[in-house]
Write a protein that binds this ligand. Structure first.
Ligand SMILES: [Zn+2]
Length: 249
């Protein structure tokens, strides 16, 4: 089995027996992999700490494409993410990011852009002084775009007219104008639509410049959550965010 080395983001990990650990990792070069680290919990090398969710690591492992579990060799930190790990709110958003990646990415298909985006978002959350919701929305929109589900935010996809306000159609799974909505749909106000458009044009370091009141915050968050669960199979909600909302309530 060849020893491989790749940049990786730990999505999830759990103890296996008394001495080992299994981690699900999103890697730059091999897509999603499950890795078993045998004996790591009793080893004096402290390698176990690298296999915790949200860690961005340089991972060495023995690769056998025919096996479901790859064998861990060693790891070291690419970025330590100290602020993210010590802040309850950042931690919840970080968990939501890796949970979304875990539930949208399937199999060992590499996707360099998505890997880079995830790494960049975790790093931005780590460095951020606030505006975590905007960073997370930016991530949701960028993730949707990479998966081919970027929402239409300007023209109504049915009549091509410019949308001033919009409705999220639960039948079509997209935003449509007031003339084209039929059946049930959640309304998205002109202000919330403006925030969404700005999010698609902004870069990560300028997100704090996007003004957003409490009402729009709720609308934008709800719309993106519903839009994602419509388009990503099996994703009803991002559990980590629900946990965070109940903690902060
Ligand atoms: Zn229309």
């Amino acid at each position: 089995m060849p020893l491989e080395k790749t940049a990786a983001i730990v999505l999830k990990s759990f103890h296996y027996g008394d001495t080992s650990k299994i981690a699900r990792c999103y890697t730059r070069d091999f897509g999603k992999l499950s890795i078993i680290a045998k004996g790591v919990l009793t080893s004096k090398t402290l390698q176990s700490g690298y296999l915790e969710p949200m860690n961005c690591i340089a991972l060495s492992f023995y690769h056998n494409p025919k096996r479901q579990l790859q064998i861990f060799s060693k790891a070291e930190f690419d970025r330590p993410m100290l602020s993210l790990k010590n802040d309850m709110k950042k931690l919840s958003y970080g968990f939501a990011v890796v949970e979304l990646v875990d539930r949208t990415v399937t199999g060992e298909e590499r996707h360099a852009e998505l890997f880079h985006l995830t790494e960049e978002i975790l790093d931005t959350i780590d460095r951020s002084g606030g505006h975590l919701n905007r960073i997370f929305w930016y991530f949701e929109i960028a993730l949707l775009s990479l998966l081919g589900f970027r929402p239409h935010l300007s023209e109504c996809p049915h009549c091509q007219k410019e949308m001033t306000s919009a409705f999220f159609s639960l039948g079509y799974g997209e935003l449509v104008c007031g003339d084209c909505i039929s059946g049930s749909g959640r309304s998205v106000s002109p202000e919330a639509l403006t925030v969404l458009r700005k999010l698609t044009r902004s870069d990560l370091d300028s997100l704090s410049e996007i003004a957003c009141g409490a009402k729009e915050r709720k609308e934008v968050g709800n719309f993106l959550a519903e839009y994602i669960s419509f388009h990503v199979e099996g994703l009803r909600e991002v559990r980590s965010l629900r946990v965070m909302e109940s903690v902060l309530a």
